[in-house]
Design a protein around this ligand. Sequence first.
Ligand SMILES: Cc1ncc(C[n+]2csc(CCOP(=O)(O)OP(=O)(O)O)c2C)c(N)n1
Ligand SMILES: [Mg+2]
Length: 662
Amino acid sequence: MQPTDRRLANAIRALAMDAVESANSGHPGMPMGMADAATALFTRHLKFDAADPHWPDRDRFILSAGHGSMLLYSLLYLTGYERPTMDDIKRFRQLGSVTAGHPENFEMPGIEVTTGPLGQGFAMAVGMAIAERHLNAIYGDELVDHRTYVIAGDGDLMEGVNHEAVGLAGHLQLGRLIVLWDDNNITIDGPSLLSRNEDVLDRFQAGKWHTVECDGLNAEAVSRAIDEAVADPRPSLIRCKTVIGFGAPHKQGTAATHGSPLGHDEIEAARQELGLEDRDFFVPEDVLAAWREAGRKGGPANAEWKQRLASSSNKGDFLARMSGKVSDAWLEPYLNKLLTEPKPVATRKASEMALEAINAAIPWTVGGSADLTGSNNTRTKGLEPLTGDNYSGRYVHYGIREFGMAAAMNGMALHGGVIPYGGSFLVFTDYARPAIRLSALQKARVIYVMTHDSIGLGEDGPTHQPIEQLQSLRAMPQIEVYRPADAVETAECWALALASDLPSVLSLTRQNLPPLRTKAAGGNLCELGAYRLKSAEKNRKVIILATGSEVEIALGAAAQLERQGIGADVVSMPCTERFDAQPQDYRENILPDVSNREILRVSIEAGTTFGWERYTGLHGLRIGIDRFGVSAPAKDAYNFFGLTPDKIAARITDFMEQRGIQ
Ligand SMILES: Cc1ncc(C[n+]2csc(CCOP(=O)(O)OP(=O)(O)O)c2C)c(N)n1
Ligand SMILES: [Mg+2]
């Protein structure tokens, strides 16, 4: 006899209680409350094949309420994924275990995205749903025909990014996005009424979503709600009324079950309440067998899909796209053309010029901007908007939703098959930062096209002029920050960003910059992170390191020093992370291991000097801006902050004099 839904769900409850107890850390309440709903989803609706977690046409499941990680680990174990094993579950939250505190996409297949920072799983799911519709528009139902399911808690729906995600998904009519809301009326501080009185369903409806309510503790009822959601052409929110910690007789319904072990006595009482055997980490044989059966159910559909792929004329194209590997064949001809007609351009414009070549050569890119298309220069000729009426478009008008855009791009990148890039002003990376951080943590190849990257944006003034943004982004692990100095460097940086398995930030100017690289280099110099653009002519006493728009200024200052008999190298440093990764002999060639008395190191960047001592040393000279900017035309702002060749050359010679450097 097939075990009841409740017995299947209770296996999740048992594992969640036990794993949290044994780790003495974790969140049993959420998995216990949503166990029935998850059982309905995984046994009756979700299209997946536990034996082939990478099946491209699988439904995507995202546990946005990532603190309930034991729900996901239980489901993956029960349905028969290779990992986690029962031993993995017993090592919940321990060093080196795949069952990390929160689900991490890099730990094991089946975890589509990293969740835990509330709201972002939901927002990434929007990106997954965009990618699905886009690929469906290209390849048809034959190859791409799946849904994106989310389990979200109260916290996910309160976070600001949720409002952006709801707006975007409703606008794009992402009908294949289905969110199950764990409406348990509890958050950490206590009843959700402490901090929320909005009508959540009204809000979603206003955002053009379909909503439906059900008893979240009744798998049958949840299943009917999912059927209704599937049938509706709008994105759906299913309000599952649940009880946090369901089954723990003395603690259920209270915040006490949210994030603490239940304790031995309460677990014993819960086992009685739920009709479970009084044994740790125990799943009855018939229950496990039924779960494993559910994990195999998608096998035939997967096999049929593979046959359709094998006989599809799109096979090669589809597989190449999903592999994510891109060719940089566009780069050389583009650079050759650029070198024959060098002209001053802003690097944001140079980025658009490069993108013209890239978007023509690589049809997998999907661009966009948070309502600054004309400023970010992100939309190239022929890119149609991606809309609810035309998902084949390759340009998303994300609206004024930087965080939502960044999170959606993470979802798109992790779905696979598309390479998302999106623009805003560099200063507003702060609005998107939590998602940029998740790009880095998850190694999602998202390319952030961040323009107006300094006081050089001029009149908009201090609110818009980035100061600390560049260095703070460089402080983030697993992301590459590029600040190209001219059109050639911009193209090289684009090529590197596209080829990388990490996310990238391109920091680009509003103002025009002259061409600095006027000869073919026979290779991508930006790949080195930093390289000598100009060598000292006189006896080398100074090495100037500069990035982006300040490289031109560094060259001007160096020319003045040379006229005074002081030899000066100018090093362009478009990517500090890449420079740091070079072999020591290369780094010492660029920055010799000698004191600042012998060769003075100077950094120039129109932003904070914080951190530049990493390259200048404590006794070097760091030139930048350690305050907020000014509202003024760019030239006046640069002059005001002393960022002109004259003033910098004078500062360097003064500094040398004061320190007795000859
Ligand atoms: C952005 C963010 N802020 C705060 C937290 C810490 N946190 C984790 S769960 C939680 C409460 C969530 O309440 P709810 O979503 O209702 O979860 P439940 O208690 O019902 O499981 C908080 C504040 C977080 N993980 N992410
Ligand atoms: Mg809650």
